[in-house]
Design a protein around this ligand. Structure first.
Ligand code: SF4
Ligand code: SF4
Length: 435
């Protein structure tokens, strides 16, 4: 019996088979990159380059502009051709630097620090490296990592949970990292463990990636961290779900994992931390799963941020006949979009192309309660939704709308096809704008 979170959850088809066995390939450098200044939660970065500037790979081009904000670096050697406004799949717009890339690219981050030198770095020095490198949570939330890692003195981290659950259907980038980047992950986890004061550290994954995770553990040996194989159940990779599954603790409403002594770090983020600490490499590229029946040859690609989605699809043989919807991320929490020039961002874990999308008919609520039974946050989705639709957002807030993780379990379970998550997003937006 594998551990799992206590309440709710669903079992959608995993659909990992399209890309699970495809080794990570590097996307050839696109001729033009459009690097957005807003790739993290919080304030967008402030552009520090202008049209005509020559930039080198890893150079700072956007400076963090607030406490919750992240630096942006050039993913390539090239020239800034234009400053434009881009709209990202989530619907937000921001400034972006359009960089024409050089044919020849340098390799400026090839000199590696040895383990002994890394071991001498203090917690403050490690957090400063993470901040300088513009690392954000790569599991989707894009929260600036240095803010999460800057734990105040006196606050004890009891558990460090490395999140390799990848519970979103279709996505396989973390699964490939488990197979192909073992040494980097092991060292990245050790760095994180020392940064957080040597807490009990677990590599957490779902049962459908057990073999891949065990392979990594065989290389890691015993001692520095343990393996937790959790039940394959969505949303196992949600921070609050993973904490509940591993520690039995519940993060109270409005509180953070740290309030119950836990820090959760995505697997891809651990790799980014390794690269930043050992090589001084900023966060300017990531592995993206390009998958679904609507793409000819699904792959896992190492892509520079700013690469147009079109370039990834072209490298995967283009769209298959009948391709009808493109989603950034997975089918549960992703965003559909139409513009193939949309750039890859630091938290873009996947590009999913569906071949047929059945027209969803909406029927009246039959008060069956399935939505509430599926909700891992123990909310009452049907009530929240009705309040929002009746312009009673503050009543929805009173029954904890802001705790909604937008995981989609309720909507997935609803026999009436009610677009619950869309309603919750709208309710939150109204509430934030009122605030
Ligand atoms: S989307 Fe929100 S309300 Fe629906 S199941 Fe997830 S957390 Fe609960
Ligand atoms: S699952 Fe759908 S039909 Fe059933 S109570 Fe919830 S909103 Fe109503």
């Amino acid at each position: 019996m594998f551990k799992t979170f206590r309440f709710g959850g669903i079992h959608p088809d995993s659909c990992k088979e399209y890309s699970k066995e495809s080794p990570i390939e590097r996307l050839p450098m696109p001729k033009m990159l459009t690097v957005p200044m807003s790739m993290s939660a919080g304030a967008p970065a402030k552009l520090v380059v202008g049209v005509g500037d020559v930039v080198s790979k890893g150079q700072l081009i956007g400076e963090k502009s607030g406490f919750v904000s992240a630096n942006v670096h050039s993913p390539a050697d090239g020239v800034v051709k234009e400053i434009v406004t881009v709209t990202l799949p989530a619907g937000n717009s921001c400034s972006a630097a359009r960089i024409e890339t050089n044919e020849e690219q340098s390799d400026p981050f090839s000199k590696r620090l040895d383990d002994e030198s890394v071991a001498k770095l203090s917690k403050q020095e490690l957090v400063a490296i993470v901040e300088r490198s513009g690392i954000v949570g790569m599991g989707g939330a894009a929260f600036p990592a240095n803010v999460k890692y800057g734990v105040k003195d006196g606050v004890k981290v009891e558990y460090l949970l490395i999140n390799a659950c990848e519970c979103e259907p279709y996505l396989t980038c973390d699964c490939r990292l488990l197979v192909e980047r073992r040494a980097e992950i092991i060292k990245g986890i050790r760095v994180l463990k020392s940064l957080f004061g040597n807490p009990d550290t677990r590599l957490c994954t779902e049962a459908n990636k057990k073999a891949e995770a065990e392979g990594l553990m065989a290389e890691a040996g015993s001692g520095s961290f343990a393996l937790e194989i959790l039940k394959t159940k969505y949303p196992q990779g949600d921070e609050k779900s993973i904490i509940n599954a591993v520690t039995g603790r519940e993060v109270p409403s409005g509180k953070l994992p740290l309030d119950v002594g836990c820090v959760v770090v995505n697997l891809g983020t651990a790799v980014a931390v390794y690269e930043a600490v050992y090589y001084g490499k900023p966060s300017y590229e990531r592995v993206v799963t390009v998958t679904g029946k609507g793409v000819r040859h699904p792959k896992n690609l190492l892509c520079p941020v700013g690469a147009p989605v079109r370039s990834l699809l072209d490298f995967c043989g283009g769209l298959a006949e009948g391709a009808s919807m493109i989603i950034s991320g997975g089918p549960m929490m992703g965003f559909s979009f139409y513009d193939l020039d949309t750039p890859i961002a630091k938290a873009t874990s996947g590009i999913l192309v569906l071949d047929k999308v059945s027209e969803k008919k909406e029927y009246p609520c039959i008060s069956c309660g399935r939505c509430a039974a599926a909700c891992p946050m123990r909310l009452v989705p049907t009530r929240m939704y009705k309040f929002i639709m009746n312009e009673r957002v503050s009543d929805a807030i009173d029954i904890n709308l802001m705790d909604c993780r937008e995981c989609g379990c309720c909507e997935f379970s609803c026999p009436s096809g009610i677009p619950l998550v869309q309603g919750f997003k709208m309710g939150k937006k109204i509430w934030r704008s009122r605030k």
